[in-house]
Design a protein around this ligand. Structure first.
Ligand SMILES: Nc1nc2c(ncn2[C@@H]2O[C@H](COP(=O)(O)OP(=O)(O)OP(=O)(O)O)[C@@H](O)[C@H]2O)c(=O)[nH]1
Length: 385
């Protein structure tokens, strides 16, 4: 028959933490995913293991098992912040963690009754609250609010358990002695600890997976050379705007093609050509709004989608972009290479089914700009402001 006594639960937790350390180590060393954060997580899991082993209560329930716990929690808090890539100082974690450890050691040396309970519980509470806050503000936008809340919940629960322990230690909680028993003697605490460890790890692994998925998604949607949207992603966005167009929302489409690009390649080499494309994208991005979408259709041909923009405003944007590029030569090695582009402009028409007619109209306008002498903006025939 299964018995869920404290030593068994702690042993399960120890095995789980060893496994957790292995998983994080593999992420850090083999897969090179968030290596620093994963390294901190692996160390946190490993540090917890000795505190969970069924060694004599008197020997292990004291201050140094708590010291390991605090170190583990400090590393976990650091790992969470690194995993979430929050640009915050780590001073708060260092101060809380080191403060708790110093008080713990001073009390242990003074052989104080309940030597380690209060500093450990207070420090664990503060670190768990920091983790909780970091998850709430730093979880990727890809996560829905409920999922973010679920990931933060185990940290909030850990803070709550420790607050209850503090209240019990200060005799503020009737019947609170239950929460003060050494974990090796309390199946309740050992079980609680196991559930919290499992829940925290599951949430953190979900975060890593989300990060990976976001990275893969980004790779499949962007052009690696310039960082602009690739053709497929651009077509998707065009179709979305076209669907909105049928509901009455205007948009403009600008097709852009570098003038005499082949010459740059031929005279200065392919690397200079690549640098020219990156330069073009930097110049264009510097002159558009965050909501505008720049895509690379292929070669030196780019397309810009301007949501909620009518022809008059789009013409101004196109002219401004043309001038910006005209005035910003490419710096290649010790030379300045003049660069211009031709622009074909149109606006989305409600009669267009999937955006392809709009694209064709912009292409025709671009062709007219090339024929007209390049370095100019041409508006497709048909669209009126
Ligand atoms: N360096 C570099 N060159 C590319 C890339 N993609 C396409 N090209 C080159 O871009 C050049 C395009 O040349 P053309 O289509 O003749 O256009 P162009 O020289 O800009 O002439 P116009 O458009 O008429 O002004 C070709 O030589 C392609 O090899 C790329 O990713 N990097």
């Amino acid at each position: 028959m299964l018995t869920f006594d404290a030593p068994t639960l702690l042993m399960v937790n120890a095995v789980f933490n060893c496994f957790g350390a292995l998983v994080w180590l593999s992420l850090a060393l083999v897969l090179r995913i968030a290596p620093r954060a994963a390294g901190a997580m692996a160390a946190a899991h490993l540090l917890l293991v000795p505190a969970l082993l069924p060694i004599e209560v008197s020997e292990w329930s004291g201050w140094w098992s708590d010291l390991l716990k605090l170190l583990a929690m400090g590393l976990l808090t650091l790992g969470v912040r690194q995993l979430l890539r929050l640009r915050q100082t780590r001073l708060d974690i260092g101060l809380v963690g080191m403060g708790g450890i110093v008080v713990l050691l001073v009390q242990a040396l003074a052989d104080h009754a309940l030597a380690s309970l209060l500093p450990t519980a207070v420090t664990m509470t503060l670190l768990a609250l920091l983790c909780c806050r970091d998850v709430l503000i730093g979880a990727a936008p890809g996560f829905r609010r409920l999922v973010t809340a679920l990931m933060a919940a185990p940290f909030a629960a850990l803070a709550l358990v420790n607050m209850v322990r503090i209240a019990a230690a200060l005799n503020l909680l009737p019947g609170g002695e239950l929460m003060l028993q050494p974990r090796q003697q309390s199946a309740l605490l050992a079980g609680l600890w196991l559930v919290l460890c499992l829940a925290m790890s599951t949430g953190l692994i979900a975060m890593v997976l989300q990060r990976l998925i976001a990275r893969i998604e980004q790779l499949t949607r962007t052009d690696t050379l310039t960082g602009a949207l690739n053709r497929r992603a651009f077509q998707e966005q065009l179709q979305l705007l076209q669907a909105r167009r049928r509901r009455g929302h205007a948009y403009a489409l600008l097709m852009i093609d570098v003038d005499h690009f082949k010459r740059i390649n031929d005279q200065f080499g392919h690397a200079a050509g690549d640098a020219a494309l990156q330069h073009l994208v930097a110049v264009l991005k510097g002159g558009i709004r965050d909501v505008d979408l720049l895509g690379r259709l292929g070669g030196e041909e780019f397309c810009l989608l301007l949501p909620d923009t009518r022809l008059n405003a789009a013409t101004e944007v196109a002219e401004r972009l043309r001038q910006r590029l005209h005035l910003a030569p490419l710096r290649w090695r010790d030379q300045q290479l003049p660069m211009t582009a031709s622009f074909g402009l149109t606006t989305g028409q409600a009669s267009d089914k999937d955006g392809s007619a709009t694209l064709a109209a912009a292409d025709a306008a671009l062709y007219a700009a090339k024929r007209g002498g390049r370095d100019r903006v041409c508006i497709a025939e048909g669209p009126k402001p």
